[in-house]
Write a protein that binds this ligand. Sequence first.
Ligand code: BG6
Ligand code: MG
Length: 222
Amino acid sequence: MKNHKAVIFDLDGVIVDTAKFHFKAWKKLANDLGFDFTEEQNEQLKGVSRVESLKKILKWGNMELTEDEFKRQMALKNENYLSYVDQMEDDEILPGVSKVLDYLNENNIPYALGSASKNARAILHKINIYENFDAIVDGTDVSKAKPDPEVFFIAAKRLNVKPEECIVFEDSVAGIQAANNGKMLSIGIGDKTTLKEADYVFANFTEIDIEFIENLLRKEKK
Ligand code: BG6
Ligand code: MG
């Protein structure tokens, strides 16, 4: 029987609530271009790379941009997004996450970050947990976006474990699919209906007992 031996965390929406900053920055971009952008649309961008997000937004707004203008808008969005990130304090780590990280640290369970964001490293530094991770894989390391499991496969490799030995925490549908595609155990953080493809779903980390994680580190994938 294979044990789960390691954990991979998504960043945005799992460790920190940065989805609200992405929303504000994309909304400003859309509004500046002359159309609206809703929270429902933002939901569909979770786990989606910056470039793919802008393509989707332009489609929703029925707008085309030249290549240069596209690049300029992406840069503006990121600048705006980072201005919100800059104001983050290290207590902005989502409730319940530290308890889980402490448990993993105390029990020498390796864990990695597996995020689509190119800003992931800066954010981990900002909230003072960068050094805790045994491996960090972000948007600068991958060529295939979630739901492709590439980001998690690289993380597993860097942790020196097999994909099926990993537990993945994710808040996006694409991320859950990526974990499932990689034969990893998927745990959704968010809405049960939205994340119905996950092996388990919790509204947030405060709902997760350490005992539950302890058991998973012994159990095989269903
Ligand atoms: C994901 C977010 O983690 O990273 C997406 O869920 C975001 O909303 C993507 O677009 C890319 O992030 P960044 O920071 O490189 O623009
Ligand atoms: Mg996420």
